[in-house]
Design a protein around this ligand. Sequence first.
Ligand code: SAH
Length: 248
Amino acid sequence: MDIPRIFNITESAHRIHNPYTPEKLATLGAALRLEPGTRILDLGSGSGEMLCTWARDYGIIGTGVDMSRLFAEQAKLRAAELGVADQVTFIHGNAAGYVSDDKVGVAACVGATWIAGGVAGTIELLARSLCANGIILIGEPYWRQLPPTEEVAKGCLANTIADFLLLPELLESFNHLGYDVVEMVLADQDGWDRYEAAKWLTMRRWLADNPDDELVKEVRAQLSSEPVRYARYTRDYLGWGVFALMPR
Ligand code: SAH
């Protein structure tokens, strides 16, 4: 079981697989006023940077589930590197339908809401692991400005304009689902650059190291087109943030 190999290649050098910088991640952790010992479940935990740094900085106890074998492995190494291996557990597996045995104070899905069919389904899934007065974290894109055409939406790698909402509407949608929005930390364009542009050097080096791989053509094509596509579309149109929610 694994995610499509192309992501394991392009994001192999990422610690954070979304437009957050380490500073934003720390800001979010501080904003949540986490008590030491708080249990956190993270579905689609990637390379584990959120749980590992919050374990180090805020004393949390965490479990992460991720379908990428590589990322799950990197998460364990990061936990050892930061000296928090006894506080965090990383499971290589499918997070769809995952409910924790013990209820958690924070249940998160940061940039992987497709695992339960979208934002609403993911909130419902996370709620099943949440203790009373716990916090759900959802990391999700939104339109900074509405794409004028469907072509622009596709340029942002959305299927259609309707895939995402404007920020006020996204917040309103949480409201409609019965949740209070109690915090948010938004990414900025520098963070987007870190997420997207870091893939380019990774791809270039991978091509140099793997000239005979079956994915060479695909990676070459992406490296050639991605900088311009990103600058033309995603950078101006797509926002991203993590939203903290509490059931009403
Ligand atoms: N939350 C992490 C990773 C976000 S990227 C971070 O912010 O760094 C999306 C992640 O979802 C990837 O790590 C990918 O491997 C994982 N993923 C995709 N489908 C999944 C599934 N069905 N179950 C668990 N993880 C999944």
